[in-house]
Design a protein around this ligand. Structure first.
Ligand code: FAD
Length: 445
């Protein structure tokens, strides 16, 4: 079959790829969207399904959700999409140790009473995927579900994307294929990146959890059998239902034993007593250092494919939309090259790379490696004050760093070994701290 030539071929139809497709379609360019799932709007990978942040700037943008006209809009760029599903405002995040001590970022009762901006909005992600897909199709995007991309080749006037079914030629391509990006791998990016281990997750829907606060996201951090673990407990839009995501940074973890420890033996087990549960999602995500220049051979990379661990849903949406606008501009200007799409690279460098000089998100994950459960419990007991509300991992890491600064004299006196361990976060890179997990992991280099 003769290859048809597109202005833009997009690989991956998550938030980043769909937002890129919708935006490029609206701009009037000729787009093909390739996705390996047969049903694009079915969500199988673990996700808290929130839109964050609701109350602070991220990537040079403020996100606004207007439930009256069902529009989510980013103020600076004007990028937007419709969301007509149920939603729920989340006002606080509480970070717990397995021993039951917590650090609070905001207070949900106060947030509701004072009508503060929510830290995030719980949504039905499948409905947003559908909304974006419908808008892309309505704007002429050709969609190819069940198409698994295997390779990327530079051509004389653009790029060829090769799949298990067919090949697709474009002047540009966008790689939006997530944390284990095949596109990034084939372009050679992963040879240069630091590999920070593979994060495995299993997500459950649970009803009637006895967590201490409503409208709050709970994160639990610690160790299980010497392996670093986390739990994310996020309210769903429907009352009384949470998604509970068990997370491990070590591929050797026994998830069944871990789940049973949490709900039957840990100090938090009373939260889970008698709650019906259903496994709904899972994922295996490779964690790499950030890609500083996400462009090669006329391919722009967006979303989780370029971030360390995760872009957040908003980062995926924004980078997809910004990349699509940059490609449109390059085509209109007759500059099918790096110069044409430089607005995307400049935005990425300024709002993410320079604003987050090291891969800070890993600070939230390595605590369970450098400290044991008792040490985390003790540290959190010292930090038991209500900090400002936030759900952005970079802000949480900053607030915790500042709060630890305040208790250094106490730590020096009572538990100097904790200070020494925390110092590793400054002196070592995440792959050094996670050396055992890196050795056991499965990088797609
Ligand atoms: C446990 C967990 C919880 C999270 N919770 C939240 C949250 O509450 N709020 C938040 O903002 N963020 C959350 N995130 C992060 C968020 O899910 C991601 O940042 C976001 O989904 C990234 O979108 P993306 O489009 O870049 O990638 P993805 O959503 O992963 O989409 C990539 C798409 O590419 C497709 N694909 C992959 N390889 C190929 C191939 N070779 N060929 C064709 N198609 C391919 C995949 O099937 C997929 O559809 C969470 C992440 C995890 C791991």
């Amino acid at each position: 079959m003769a290859n048809k030539k597109y202005d833009l071929v997009i690989v991956g139809a998550g938030y980043a790829g769909l937002m890129a497709a919708k935006t490029a379609g609206e701009n009037g360019i000729k787009v093909a969207l390739l996705e390996m799932k047969h049903n694009i709007t079915r969500l199988r990978r673990s996700d808290g399904q929130t839109l964050i942040p609701g109350n602070e700037e991220y990537l040079g943008e403020w996100m606004v959700f207007n439930p009256k006209n069902h529009l989510v809009r980013f103020l600076n760029s004007g990028l937007s999409f419709r969301y007509e599903g149920p939603y729920r405002n989340i006002y606080a995040v509480h970070l717990y140790s397995f021993g039951g001590q917590d650090i609070k970022f905001g207070d949900a009762g106060e947030g509701k009473r004072k009508k503060l901006l929510p830290v995030s909005i719980a949504t039905e992600k499948e409905l947003i995927l559908k909304s974006l897909l419908d808008q892309a199709v309505a704007n002429g995007v050709e969609v190819f579900p069940g198409t698994r991309v295997t390779d990327v080749k530079k051509t004389a006037d653009g790029v060829k994307i090769i799949s298990d079914r067919n090949s697709f030629e474009g002047t540009f391509a966008i790689g939006a294929d997530g944390t284990n990006s095949r596109v990034a791998q084939r372009l050679g990016f992963n040879k240069e990146r630091k590999y920070y281990s593979t994060m495995n997750t299993v997500g459950y829907l649970m009803k009637g959890l006895k967590v201490p606060d409503p409208d709050t996201t709970f994160l639990v951090i610690g160790r299980f059998r010497d392996k670093p673990v986390l739990i994310g407990i996020v309210p769903r839009p429907a009352e009384d239902i949470h998604i509970v995501i068990f997370i491990s940074l070590d591929v050797r973890l026994d998830f069944v034993a871990y789940h049973d420890f949490v709900i039957k033996e840990s100090e938090l087990s009373h939260w889970f007593k008698g709650c019906p549960e259903e496994i709904v999602s899972s994922s295996a995500n490779n964690m790499w250092s950030t890609i500083v220049e996400p462009f090669k051979d006329n391919v722009l990379l967006v979303g989780d494919a370029i971030w360390t661990q995760e872009s957040e849903n908003t980062g995926a949406l924004l980078s997809g939309g910004k990349a699509a606008n940059a490609v449109t501009y390059a085509l209109l200007q007759g500059k099918p090259n790096r110069d044409g799409i430089s607005s995307y690279l400049d935005w990425w460098k300024k709002t993410f790379v320079e604003a987050h000089p090291r891969d800070m998100i890993m600070d939230d994950y390595v605590l369970g490696v450098i400290l044991d459960n008792d040490q985390i419990n003790y540290l959190f007991s010292l930090l038991n004050v209500v900090m400002p509300p936030s759900m952005l991992p970079y802000t949480l890491a900053r607030y915790i760093g500042e709060a630890i600064g305040e208790v250094v004299p106490i730590l020096q006196k009572e538990k100097p070994e904790i200070l020494v361990a925390l110092g590793r976060m400054q002196q070592e890179t995440p792959d050094q701290i996670l050396a055992k997990q890196v050795e056991a992991g499965v990088p797609n280099r």
